[in-house]
Write a protein that binds this ligand. Structure first.
Ligand SMILES: Cc1cc2nc3c(=O)[nH]c(=O)nc-3n(C[C@H](O)[C@H](O)[C@H](O)COP(=O)(O)O)c2cc1C
Length: 177
């Protein structure tokens, strides 16, 4: 597997979250680092110009409004170099059964034609929900693969267990050399 042909893109939020208290590294951020060390693929962080509040209730309010409006928040980082990239490990949290709107800002901005997308979702109860299907419908030119769901609280309390699940997923997906 050529290292530069696969990119890990993650959206993850630090601060107060469900069942984990206030965290200095988001669950998806930790997952992304694990994926990078298991594979050697490079990482790109999807973050917005405005960010999200550390306070959970405040964040919930904003996230819900953005979902209702199908917002496309402005991204802060320059887009990654996608030349030659054929596969994307897309790490995101389940937000109200959907992907956070900044993930769409990112996917809308890159060329998804022919891109293999591997959905890697952290959650606290609802798993991937419908996010694989939502991605298929939103980006019909991409090939959305079977995803994996990992509980955020497991990432924090039993990181070795989370890492083992990722390893099995990568192996089953043919993403480990
Ligand atoms: C705005 C918001 C909405 C959420 N909605 C759901 C949900 O519908 N179902 C679920 O299982 N978890 C939900 N969660 C929990 C997150 O998916 C979970 O804590 C995830 O691991 C957070 O990842 P992060 O630390 O990388 O941001 C929600 C969290 C937030 C902040």
């Amino acid at each position: 597997m050529e290292k530069n042909k696969t990119l890990i893109a993650f959206f993850s939020r630090r601060g107060e979250n469900f069942n984990v208290g206030s965290i200095s590294r988001g669950n998806g951020e930790i997952i992304s680092s694990m994926l990078a060390s298991l594979t050697g693929f490079r990482e790109y962080e999807i973050c917005t110009a405005d960010g999200y509040p550390a306070d959970l209730a405040e964040c919930n309010k904003i996230a819900k409004k953005e979902l209702e409006e199908r917002a496309r928040p402005e991204l802060r980082n320059a887009l990654p170099d996608m030349s030659g990239v054929g596969s994307l490990l897309l790490v995101y949290p389940n937000w109200w059964g959907n992907l956070p709107m900044p993930v769409y800002s990112f996917l809308d901005a890159i060329d998804t034609d022919g891109l293999d997308i591997y959905p890697i979702c952290t959650h606290e109860d609802n798993g991937l929900a419908m996010t694989e299907r939502i991605l298929m419908q939103a980006y019909p030119k991409a090939s959305v693969k079977k995803g994996i769901a990992i509980r955020g609280s497991v990432v924090q309390s039993e990181p070795a267990k989370a890492e083992e699940s990722l390893k099995v997923y990568l192996e089953q997906s043919g993403l480990l050399a």
